[in-house]
Design a protein around this ligand. Structure first.
Ligand SMILES: Nc1ncnc2c1ncn2[C@@H]1O[C@H](COP(=O)(O)OP(=O)(O)O)[C@@H](O)[C@H]1O
Ligand SMILES: [Mg+2]
Length: 509
């Protein structure tokens, strides 16, 4: 058909240990914004990286404008008009916007005067309402501006099929709206825009048609957006099969909230708002599961509770005592354990022996310390006890920590944190990357800690895990807690909808 800009047929792609795309059929028309929707890990980036010439498929064909094509590199793809704006920008920080646009141009750069290039950039940026100053060095630009440069660069190279990978993840709401207008304009000129997204509202507002991937396969193919409700989209994304609950839920919370956050605001590493008026309570003997798509403030939430990041507003109390801004050391002393997502960065020091890591948080307290001295014998015995109790085989107190496997590292980290008999635990993606056995073990420990009375804040991208372990479930979206519900009242569809920002459109029953 003449109006088909791109067709991908029977695309398979596997990485070691994971099938990212299986038998994918995808097609987009000229003049449309086509959304590619799916949860984290659904295979969206992989599929589009194949279309953009970054990866070769294991099987399948690609047709651009009716012609079969084989791309060996992104350069091949752009020569056929296919250009992709990745999630991580690839600009040279020390150079100006104009110089960046010049880089890699097929034309010999000396034929282009700096002035004509600047003029060209100005024209493009005005035409598409992509405001940037061509003479500014890239390091001075905000993330939104860098993204505009990437889009300009792709357009200038002649992209007629423009792919954007979750472009609004790094933008403010205002910047996102502006970008959506630009995308509509590009499509109105007859080009094709493929927008990778997991945000339902955004897809609904801008796309003509939508393809949904789940687990690497297509579950909806080029459906007109009006034909699907936000609920339909959420169901397609997350699937409607409820997970079987492996772990019994705890008693309903008593009236004693142990950990309380009131109206907490916080910023991310770049100083941008990441937490907005977060209010939550975790009771003794309760697991509060936080569901959400990565990057919606979960990381900052964990850091704020662990004392690693100061809230910019609001308060945190532990058993009624104000602990706002007391810092990580004090939080540990007060009995707040932290299972960070980055085990070897935030959690453990890879180059130190296990024994040193075992006492990283408690070396200055009895019984390990006696006055200013560390009792080395006790440290070694304590480490041995952790290794035995948590069945970390083949490791000794003097083994370098970095030699442990991922599962062993996580068990060791948990062992250390549990040994503090925590009153509260903040666990971030505690089972990510673990095999099934280690996953079950880690989950059982968290449940055991809860049953011993700890208040557990469980942050996970794995919705199944949140639903299996959480006694209550809260959903984070764009730095806000957009809903909290008891586990027995939670269903995947409603949560999926809230995770994708659809809560504003659909009332939650
Ligand atoms: N370069 C890679 N090496 C190994 N595994 C990968 C690579 N890229 C993606 N994957 C895996 O392939 C699956 C699909 O990933 P991706 O295409 O990035 O999904 P999405 O963009 O929908 O979040 C995931 O399980 C991911 O871990
Ligand atoms: Mg992706």
């Amino acid at each position: 058909m003449a109006d088909i800009a791109v067709a991908m047929v029977g695309i398979d792609k596997a990485f070691p240990g994971v099938v990212a795309n299986r038998g994918v059929e995808f097609s987009a028309r000229w003049g449309e914004v086509h959304a590619l929707l799916g949860e984290n890990g659904a295979g969206k980036t992989t599929l589009m990286s194949i279309l953009a010439g970054l990866y070769r498929p294991d099987a399948g064909q690609i047709h651009v404008d009716g012609q079969p094509v084989t791309f060996h590199s992104p350069k091949d793809a752009i020569e056929h008009g296919v250009g992709m704006v990745y999630q991580h920008y690839r600009l040279v920080a020390s150079q100006t916007v104009a110089e960046n646009l010049l880089l890699g141009l097929p034309r010999a750069p000396f034929r282009l005067s700096a002035r004509s290039l600047v003029r060209e950039v100005r024209e493009l940026s005005q035409r598409y309402h992509l405001q940037v100053d061509p003479q500014r060095p890239v390091w001075q630009l905000s993330v939104g501006e860098q993204q505009r440069v990437e889009i300009l660069k792709t357009l200038q190279r002649g992209a007629t099929i423009l792919i954007l990978d979750e472009p609004t993840a790094v933008l403010t709401p205002q910047e996102s709206e502006d970008l959506m207008r630009t995308l509509r304009q590009i499509a109105a000129e007859g080009r094709t825009v493929i927008l990778i997204s997991h945000k339902l509202e955004e897809v609904r507002s801008v796309a003509d048609r939508v393809t949904v991937l789940r687990g690497g396969a297509v579950v909806a193919s080029g459906q007109p957006i009006e034909s699907l409700s936000t609920r339909d989209l959420a169901r397609l994304m997350v699937g409607d099969d409820l997970p079987s609950s492996r772990v019994a839920h705890g008693a309903p919370p008593g009236d004693e909230p142990r950990l309380v956050l009131k109206e907490v605001d916080g910023v991310d590493a770049r100083g941008l708002p990441a937490l907005r008026r977060v209010c939550l309570e975790v009771h003794k003997g309760e697991i509060l599961g936080i569901a959400g798509v990565a990057g919606n403030g979960q990381h900052e939430l964990a850091q704020v509770v662990a004392g690693l990041r100061l809230p910019t507003r609001g308060s945190i109390t532990l058993d009624g005592k104000d602990v706002t801004g007391v810092g990580a050391r004090r939080m540990t002393r007060l009995g707040v354990a932290h299972i960070p997502e980055d085990r070897l960065g935030e959690g453990l020091v890879g180059n130190l022996p296990l024994a040193d890591n075992a006492v990283l948080k408690s070396y200055d307290q009895p019984p390990l310390a006696w006055g200013p001295f560390l009792n080395l014998q006790r440290v070694v015995r304590f480490t041995q006890m952790l290794l035995e109790r948590f069945s970390i085989r083949g490791a000794r107190p003097d083994s370098p920590t970095r030699l442990l496997s991922g599962g062993q590292l996580q068990r060791f980290l948990l062992a250390r944190e549990m040994a503090l008999n925590p009153r509260a635990i903040v666990a971030v993606h505690p089972t990510r990357g673990l095999d099934v056995a280690a996953t079950l073990q880690v989950q059982e420990w968290l449940v055991a800690a809860r049953d011993d009375g700890a208040a557990v804040l469980l942050i996970s991208e794995d919705l199944d895990e949140v639903m299996q372990l959480g006694d209550r479930i809260a959903v984070m979206y764009e730095g806000e807690i957009v809903g909290t519900m008891p586990a027995h009242a939670a269903d995947r569809e409603t949560i999926g909808l809230m995770m994708a920002g659809g809560h504003k459109k659909v009332a939650v029953s």
